[in-house]
Design a protein. Sequence first.
Length: 347
Amino acid sequence: MSLQPCACRGIDVHAHVVPEHFPAYLGAHVPAQWPHTVAAPAQGGLCHRHVMIAGQQYRTVSEKCWSTPRRLADLPGMGLARQVISPMPELLSYWLAPADAHALLRYLNEQTAAMVADSGGALLGLAAVPLQDLSLAIAELRHAVEALGLVGVELGSNVNGVPIGHPCFLPFFQACEALDVPVFVHALKPTGMDRLVGPAPLQQVLAYPSDVGLAAASVITANLLLACPRLRIAFSHGGGTLAMLLPRLQQGWQVFAALREQVQASPLAQARQLFFDTLVFDESTLRHLVDRFGPGQLMLGSDYPFNFHERTPAQRVEAAGFDGATVSALLHGNAERFFGLTPQAIP
């Protein structure tokens, strides 16, 4: 049965916000990477702004990025009851000096919390933290959860080239586990750009899935979930390339002694403890992910409101031919478990 707009029940865990304006830099010398926005021509009856980073136009965004009413108006047509919002990944600012990044991300977290407060319970928010400085990152994580009421944290797939599974980040993940804060990992500044032939959008189309797949693999090969067994961690874009890499990793673990010594539990078993979004734009791929990772590990994702997003994420799941229990799990049950919600929390 197709999901009708009047029967909205999905929870979208992958949607982004960009503030209409960024704060002025208060120091002596503005960092080149400090973002700002400038007015752009209106389109389709919506206000637009150019996001400027390092003197270049990074992306043009509509008011759906910062307007709670505009966002809420689109949820029914997407089959959604709730949406989890997080900053546009390019704003995570790992490349800024830690103090500068902390100031910017505090502002973003406050903006996210304000949108959540204005949503009547329809929106939930993810924090951003300056992961280039673990002490600041843990302090901001605690503030975002305890003072602002955000329900999780968004991390990039790498921090200035260091994959998210690297042992240097273990103290942060231990803090997430201790605070019971789930983690959503999004592709960011991907590797392999020199191997692409074509225009700039190929970064999002081809390089993002590669980087997030390697990030998920790094979590497995670093035994992160063995060190933090209560950690809940999810990966964007269906886990990217991980589903195709996993059989090779499993076979290599059985063949190579060095891999068996490093990876302390079956890669396949570890992968089935990770979570993933459904943002793959294809029903057969979605069925493959459910078969590979299990029906309890996937959650709706849309990448709303950017142009390259899944317009009908709930309908995509319902069209994939799953049984009713799996459909309910993917639409909302897994997200409820991931974020510690209850079924009654859906408006």
